[in-house]
Design a binder for this molecule. Structure first.
Ligand SMILES: [Zn+2]
Ligand SMILES: [Zn+2]
Length: 334
C-alpha cells in the first residue's frame, strides 16, 4: 500500500510508492525511454493480455472487452502510484499526518497505432480521447473518497514518458493538491473582490491585447500566458465560463480537439517535435467552485531544466517572451 504523507510546514502531500521495488542503482541516469521491441508493446492491439483488464474502450465495430478492435482503451496502470482498494487510514503520527495511498491511476491509450502520436491523429481521434477523459471523470467522481482527478500526458522521454505508444494518464487523489489549492484561492479572492471569474477576465484581456494569441476558434482560445514559467508554454481556455471539464458539450469536445491538435502541430513545427507535458486543470470534486473556477489546459514543451534557483525561490527564468513565442507559434505554417 502506497503511503501519502503531508509536509507539516507547507502542507504539501507526497506519495511514497515502493511498488516497483526501486533500488539505489536504479537511479543511474537513463536518458532513453524504454522502447519495447515492436510487437511486444503492451499498448498495441493483440497484446491486451499483457495489461490489467480495461475499464473503458471504444469499439466502433463492437467486440469483446480486452480484445483488438478498439480506438481508445483505458486500463489501470500496471505500476500504480496509488491503490484503488482499501480505506483512507487517516492518522496522526506525533506531529505528522499520513494516510493510505488510496486513489486510481489509469492509462488512456490514445490510438491503436503504435506509431501515431497525438499531434498526428485526426481531430476525431483526439476528440475520442477527450470523451474517454470525460467518461472516466464522470465514473470516478461517484467514488466519494476522491477529491481531485488529474489528467495529464507526458510525451517524450525528457517529459517523463516511459512508453513510446501514445498515451495519457489519470490519477484520482483523496486530497486536493497544494498547487490546485493555490490556483483555486487566487480565483476565489478575485471573485470575492470583483464578482468575476479571473480566467474569463484573462480571456477578454487576451482577445483585446491580441499579442499572445496562438490560435482561436468559436469556443476556445490558445495563448501564451502573460507570465509563463517556461518558454513556449501555452494555455488553452474555454471562451465561455465553465468550471467542470466533464460537463462540456459535443461541440466543445470537437473544438477542443481541433485547437489542441492545432497547438501541438504549431509546437512541433516551431520547436522540432519537443517532448512536452499536457495538464488538464479541472475543478476539485465536490467543491462548489462553479462561479469562480474555470477549467483549462496547460501545454508545456520541455525545453529548459528546473534547477537550483527555481527550487529555491519558486521563480522561473524564462529566456523567451510570451509575445515572441506566440508570434512564432501563430505564424507557423501548418
Ligand atoms: Zn504499441
Ligand atoms: Zn470563467
Amino acid at each position: 500500500m502506497p503511503d501519502l504523507r503531508r509536509d507539516p510546514v507547507v502542507g504539501r502531500w507526497v506519495i511514497i510508492s515502493t511498488e516497483r521495488g526501486v533500488r539505489p542503482r536504479d537511479f543511474v541516469p537513463d536518458h532513453q525511454a524504454r522502447q519495447p521491441a515492436m510487437g511486444l508493446c503492451p499498448f498495441c492491439p493483440g497484446q491486451e493480455k499483457l495489461t490489467p483488464q480495461e475499464v473503458l474502450a471504444y469499439r466502433p465495430q463492437g467486440g469483446e472487452p480486452n480484445t483488438p478492435g478498439w480506438t481508445v482503451r483505458v486500463i489501470p496502470n500496471k505500476f500504480p502510484a496509488l491503490q484503488v482498494e482499501g480505506d483512507m487510514g487517516r492518522e496522526g503520527i506525533g506531529l505528522y499526518d499520513r494516510m493510505n495511498g488510496i486513489g486510481a491511476h489509469e492509462v488512456i491509450i490514445e490510438t491503436e497505432d503504435h506509431k501515431t502520436q497525438l499531434a498526428d491523429g485526426s481531430a476525431k481521434q483526439i476528440e475520442d480521447v477527450l470523451w474517454a477523459y470525460r467518461d472516466r471523470v464522470v465514473d470516478l467522481k461517484r467514488d466519494l473518497r476522491f477529491r481531485y482527478i488529474l489528467i495529464f500526458k507526458n510525451h517524450g522521454a525528457a517529459a517523463g514518458a516511459t512508453m513510446e505508444h501514445s498515451h495519457s494518464q489519470l490519477i484520482a487523489l483523496p486530497v486536493v493538491p497544494t498547487s490546485v489549492l493555490n490556483e483555486i484561492e487566487g480565483c476565489r479572492s478575485h471573485f470575492q473582490q470583483k464578482e468575476r471569474c479571473i480566467y474569463c477576465d484573462i480571456v477578454r484581456q487576451e482577445l483585446s491585447d491580441a499579442e499572445r494569441i496562438v490560435a482561436e476558434n468559436p469556443e476556445f482560445l490558445a495563448v501564451t500566458p502573460f507570465a509563463p514559467r517556461f518558454p513556449f508554454e501555452v494555455w488553452i481556455l474555454p471562451k465561455r465560463h465553465a468550471a467542470y471539464f466533464e460537463e462540456s458539450q459535443k461541440t466543445q469536445f470537437e473544438l477542443l480537439a481541433r485547437i489542441l491538435s492545432d497547438s501541438l502541430r504549431r509546437m512541433n513545427r516551431v520547436l522540432s517535435f519537443p517532448a512536452y507535458n499536457f495538464i488538464l486543470h479541472n475543478s476539485p470534486l465536490h467543491e462548489k467552485s462553479g462561479d469562480f473556477y474555470h477549467w483549462h489546459v496547460e501545454l508545456i514543451p520541455k525545453l529548459t531544466q528546473v534547477a537550483g534557483f527555481e527550487w529555491g525561490t519558486g521563480f522561473y527564468i524564462n529566456p523567451v517572451t510570451p509575445e515572441e513565442a506566440a508570434k512564432f507559434l501563430r505564424e507557423a505554417e501548418l
